[in-house]
Design a protein around this ligand. Sequence first.
Ligand code: ZN
Ligand code: ZN
Length: 306
Amino acid sequence: MTGPTPDHLRTRADGGRAVEYPPLPEPLPVGVYDNHTHLEIADGALPLDVHEHLERAASVGVVGAVQVGTDVATSRWSAEVAEREPRLLAAVALHPNEAPRLEASGTLDEALAVIDELAARPRVRAIGETGLDFFRTGDDGRGAQFRAFEAHLDIAKRHGLALQIHDRDAHDEVVETLRRVGAPERTVFHCFSGGADLARLAADEGWYLSFAGNVTFKNAENLRAALRVAPRDRILVETDAPYLTPAPLRGRPNAPYLVPHTARFMAEALGTDLDDFCSQLASNTVRVYGSWQDEPVLPIHQQGTA
Ligand SMILES: [Zn+2]
Ligand SMILES: [Zn+2]
């Protein structure tokens, strides 16, 4: 026994897997960002710590990541770790599958108030992941999901933050809610799971599509169709690590340092030059979340009258 485990640490639901992390891929020619990862979730035979994750990522051209919370403890940790680690920004929210549990225990409002507080922290640049998940939550949990999603939309808009949407088997209801309540200026479908029709609709609304490792899967022709119709300035890349490891590494743990597999695959699917594609991904990401570098503050003697 080594004492209590910190609150925020999680293990994959199918965890305890005696699998190794994959080797480092060939580095990307231009630095990109993983805009959605969960570094608090331990996976594999030898889990990596935050520093190891970011060192490996930097060594292959993945220069930063957005660390995403899914409940109060992981959101709080995400905000804190991003204040210590310049290669991380944070997103905070209650996952749509958490909302019904919180409502059942009478703590949903209290938890939303914590997210609202965390949203004011300087390295928190997005509210997410929030949205609707009709795959894991049945009819009885939908009321709580809608209520939480709408509250998160309000928090994002009041704080001027980006929004990261989790949409699983709920495309129509997610779009309807965004239109009815009003979407934040920078709205991202994390782990985009629609086809060309949803991609066109999102393009008309100015929303961003973030593609994860599943765009590389053999049966994911709908995702590749979406990628082909998405405007280039609305495309992002993510891992959703430790889940959704790209081909040909499926079954192994995922991590930000594996983004090059997905980015290369996407550039090839689009028939575009890898350098240009990576530059575009990087500028899209910074447009959505702001810079990873803290804003430079002028020394006192350089301020004032000119
Ligand atoms: Zn998600
Ligand atoms: Zn996620």
